[in-house]
Design a binder for this molecule. Structure first.
Ligand code: PGA
Length: 252
């Protein structure tokens, strides 16, 4: 059976935050990661306008840069959209797709997210596909069913550890300071791993990194990252502060 990736991936999702002033924070990240030797792979996903300057600031470092969304197609009459190829040209190696804020505010469906994953792969990017239940679904005992169905809808034979990560982000935990118990996170991640294994086999499934996201902070990162089947974190708010982001990475 193919081994799990031994290194955690700590990904920062800046959302619609940041400006050129954030390059100072990126420099601090670079300096901190270089000096401290964090034991995790690091990725920052700034707004699209900052991908090129951030990639430039991180050139030659071990910190990767990603986008927060992409269009499914490579080019065309889609005003305001960006293709995965464009993100790649700007310096991105990863792209988040299907974040719950995209699903909620832009009506993105599982089918659309799957198309975006294909777009990411076509451009050579690693797709970080997000899934997660709402508070009402969790309270109704539907979390496993909802997440299982979302993952199933995203999978196809091309999925593998080199091109895909799945981020489990309970909607009610994002930006709220609330987190599921470690046991709940492990339960959902186990289901995600099993669902991937059904689609592409256990060997391939073992290599797909499963990230937890939702109010990950320096104070809770160690226990969340130690949970079974957790291969990293997708971090929102705490990724905007270099010291916090590095502390999360060091907690792995
Ligand atoms: P948060 O966001 O860490 O601020 O809760 C996580 C995310 O939305 O990816």
């Amino acid at each position: 059976m193919a081994a799990r990736n031994p290194r955690k991936l700590i990904a920062g999702n800046w959302k619609m935050n940041g400006s050129r002033n954030s390059l100072a924070m990126v420099e601090a990240l670079r300096a901190g990661a270089g000096a401290g030797g964090v034991g995790a792979d690091l990725l920052v996903c700034p707004p699209a306008t900052l991908i090129a300057p951030v990639a430039q600031a991180l050139a030659g470092s071990a910190i990767a840069v990603g986008g927060q969304d992409c269009h499914a197609l490579a080019s065309g009459a889609y005003t305001g959209d960006l293709s995965a190829e464009m993100l790649a040209e700007a310096g991105a190696t990863h792209v988040i797709v299907g974040h719950s804020e995209r699903r909620e505010h832009h009506g993105e469906t599982d089918a659309m997210v799957r198309d975006k994953m294909r777009g990411a792969w076509r451009a050579g990017l690693v797709a970080i596909a997000c899934v997660g239940e709402t508070k009402a679904q969790r309270e109704a005992g539907e979390a496993l069913a909802v997440v299982g169905a979302q993952v199933k809808a995203l999978l196809e034979s091309d999925v593998g550890g080199a091109n895909t990560a799945i981020a489990y982000e309970p909607v009610w935990a994002i930006g709220t300071g609330l987190t599921p118990t470690v046991a709940d996170v492990a339960e959902v991640h186990r289901l995600i791993r099993a669902t991937i294994a059904q689609a592409v086999g256990p060997e391939t499934a073992a290599g797909v990194r499963l990230l937890y996201g939702g109010s990950v902070k320096p104070g809770n990162a160690a226990e969340l990252m130690a949970a079974d089947d957790v291969d990293g974190a997708l971090v929102g708010g705490a990724s905007l502060v270099a010291d916090d982001f590095l502390a999360i990475a060091r907690a792995c």
